[in-house]
Design a protein around this ligand. Structure first.
Ligand code: SAM
Length: 165
């Protein structure tokens, strides 16, 4: 068993499968849990691997969760919407944590354009796809946010929505 499998079994024995590394998940959970009141949402759910963790946090904090994918997904605690985001978007309360994991430049740009006006001050837009083998992801982030992004301890990129002065 690899190191990541051991980590997942130790800390998250009931979690759904995901290619996202355990330490990234732990950091994402910590960052999401610290956001101000508001819902969680995710674009790119697949088998629900990261969404499962968002639901776990949301349950303890009494937040709503909205999950979007072109595939059918089933996660009991969340509102799951099948279709191409943002065309498929349903009304949501102000968003505290948006997880954007949809792999492609155009989908990332369109997803962020939709969620940005709905983010609460102090909210977080977290990107999974900032990796060299998915061309254009970092380009999309830089075009939208310039250098106003954070590289996390586990080398993920996120954007924190400024709080009012
Ligand atoms: C890398 S997978 C998501 C992985 C998942 N977050 C996990 O934890 O394992 C990317 C998913 O994004 C979905 N996707 C891509 N573009 C989308 C869009 N515009 N709207 C909805 N889903 C999209 C794909 O169907 C695919 O299931």
């Amino acid at each position: 068993m690899g190191g990541n499998d051991k980590y997942m079994r130790k800390y998250y024995p009931d979690a759904l499968p995901t290619k996202v590394q355990g330490r990234v998940i732990t950091e994402m959970r910590t960052v999401a849990a610290a956001t101000p009141p508001g819902c969680f949402m995710e674009v790119g759910v697949y088998q629900g691997g990261t969404a499962w963790h968002l639901c776990e946090i949301a349950k303890t904090q009494d937040r709503q969760v909205f999950l979007y994918d072109t595939f059918e997904s089933r996660l009991p605690y969340a509102t799951v919407i099948k279709g191409i985001f943002p065309d498929s978007a349903v009304p949501m309360p102000p968003i505290a944590f948006a997880h954007i994991d949809c792999d492609q430049y155009r989908a990332i740009r369109q997803s962020v354009a939709h969620v940005l006006p709905m983010m609460v001050p102090g909210g977080i837009i977290w990107f999974d796809d900032v990796v060299d083998w998915i061309p254009g992801t970092m380009q999309a982030i830089k075009e939208m946010f310039g250098d106003q992004y954070v590289v996390s301890d586990t080398k993920k990129v996120y954007v924190k929505i400024p709080r009012a002065e």
